[in-house]
Structure formats: structure tokens, C-alpha cells
Design a binder for this molecule. Sequence first.
Ligand code: TA6
Length: 292
Amino acid sequence: MTLPDCITLDESIPGYPIFVINHPAATARVALNGAHVMEWKPAGQEQPVLYMSPDAILSPGKAIRGGIPVCWPWFGGHPTDASKPMHGFARNRPWELLRADAKEGHVALLFKLESNEETKALWPHDFTCHLGISIGAALEVSLMTQNKGDTAFVLGEALHTYLTVGDIKQVTVKGLDETKYLDTVGERVMRDQVGDILFEEEVDRQYASTSGVIIEDRALKRNLVVNKLGSGTTVVWNPWIEKSKRLADLPDEAYHGFLCVEAANAGDACVTVAAGGNHVLLTQISLPSIVG
Ligand code: TA6
């Protein structure tokens, strides 16, 4: 495939192609492994918007610690078999690049993942997934699932977005006040959100919400807006110090500088896709204003 002039292919890691985008509207990197948006920095921003761990392991079959991991066809641990990969298998497999277009304001990429004997050994269903990515002043990622089989299947999924923040203690997440959530830190218990979300300890919460949120970053003096479509769960996660120490691909102190806000369908919001049916999960990240 001929790539537009603003996209180059980095093959410096054998068997691990990365598409490097240098467009007037934004720079970005996207790995073929997992159709994984690794980095995105809109023009005019000093700091990248997506967070990438400096210790991320870039190796075929491994999940990348940062960017937007595609968690599919289950979220978290497999519902019945703990030996299966965390967050499904889509993020650990090579996808196929179908299209790459450069427009005046953005770059558009389309990837495909299809079921095969390997995937069916993990999850006994026929499917075709497409991941559409629009990279510009905003970032839009759309995960389209088609059920190619003759029986319905239940889908858990997340676009597991890692966002760069200046100092997690100076971050507020707005938009989930009075929303019910599953708190998965320690015992799993349902709670009601009271006011904005602040960060003073590990946070790992699955909010029952279809709406977007605003991340107010007072240290970097910027707001991020995460909007979504086709999502009944918003996952908010910061590992804090103890979990950061347990993650080999994340520096111990890295928790200060990132936050995950994920457009997802998990738990009661898992989606049943009928035979021959389809489902779309979309997330959009934008920066509406510079906070004075
Ligand atoms: O989305 C939050 C979460 O489920 C956390 O519990 C944590 O496990 C995180 O995902 C990262 O999971 P990973 O498998 O990428 O290390």
C-alpha cells in the first residue's frame, strides 16, 4: 500500500511495524500490533495528550503500556478462564492496515482484525473488527464489531486511553457526579459518585455512564474532553504507588503523570451482538480550551 507523504513506516523493531504520522494538525505513532494508537500530540501542544510509559515493552504479542490499548472481546479478566489474556486478545495481535488517507485537517487510518483458528481457540466466535482512527486537532477512535457467525455473542470492550497529566493530585474529572460505579479497589462494591473525581489514592472504577467527561489539568493548564458513543461504562483508573511498583512496564513514580479514562462496555453494560449484527464503540479526545 502506498502511504501518504505524512506517514512513514518505522520497522526498526523487527516484526513490529509502527506508522509515524507527521501532519500539520498533529503528530502520532500507531503500531500494527493491536492497531494501537501509541502517541498523539496536536499542533500547539507542548505535552503529548496520550501517555506512553518509558518502560513500555514493544514486542509482538505484548500489550503496550500507554496510548489506547484495544480491549476486546472481554474487559478485565476472562469471565470463566483466568488463563486467558487480560482484556482479551485484540490488543496483542497484528491487525491489517486497509487504508491510510491524509486530508487537510487530519489523517485517517482503517485497520481490520478477523477471526481465525487462533482467535477461536480463545473465543469460539466468527467476527470481523475494524478500527477507524482520525488523527488531527482531535483524536477519534472507532471500534466496529461484526458478528459473522450464526449465534449471538456477548461483548466486553474498552478503548483503554492513557492520558498525560501534569500532576495527578491537581486533576479533577467532571461529569460523573451522582453516577453509580463499581469500585474494584479491594472488595468490589457499588458506590455513588459524590461531586467531581479527585485523586489521592488508587482509583479503579467502572462508572455506569453513557456521557463524556472533562479532565481538568491545573498543572498543565489544559482541559481534555473525552466523548464517546456506544459505551455504557466509563472506566477511570490511576494505579497510585503500590500498583505502579507491581507493573514491570511502568516506572514506580509514573502514576503522578497519567490517568486512564476509558470508553468501555463492562459488567452489566456488556453488549449482545446478534448473529449478522454489529456494534460500534467510539471515543473522541479533544482540547477545547487552554485553562488560564
Ligand atoms: O482499566 C483498568 C484496569 O482494568 C485496571 O484494573 C488495570 O488492571 C488496568 O486495567 C491495566 O490492565 P493491564 O492488563 O493493561 O495491565
